[in-house]
Ligand binder design. Sequence first.
Ligand code: HEM
Length: 92
Amino acid sequence: MAKEPVAPAMVLQVRATAPQPPVLNPKPRSFAEGVFAYDTDSDGKPGTDADLFAIIKNGSAPYGGAATMPGRPDLSDDEIHALVAYVRALKN
Ligand code: HEM
């Protein structure tokens, strides 16, 4: 099966500025705000590149979050780093 590093949720998040019915509970972060919840390495700073990397790779459930954010352990480290950079680029 072909790899799809950019998931439909990304598209939903980019479109999330328009009013819409809830599609996921909890909602994914608005990447436009650039504010992130998880401190996966417990360094006291949530939302570092290392945290985003871990969330994208493992999902948020292992860090006490929702099972609705799936991990992508099938992606290479380079691909995950590229996604971290992409998520950062969505900040307003
Ligand atoms: C490769 C694709 C994806 C990337 C790069 C990505 C990235 C992220 C990031 C960076 C966060 C925020 C973590 C934080 O606040 O610390 C997040 C949260 C979330 N994502 Fe994704 N995501 C992806 C795919 C998906 C998919 C496919 C879904 C659901 C269909 C999803 C649902 C969620 C939800 C519900 C949250 C909030 C989780 C929580 O608060 O526990 N994501 N995602």
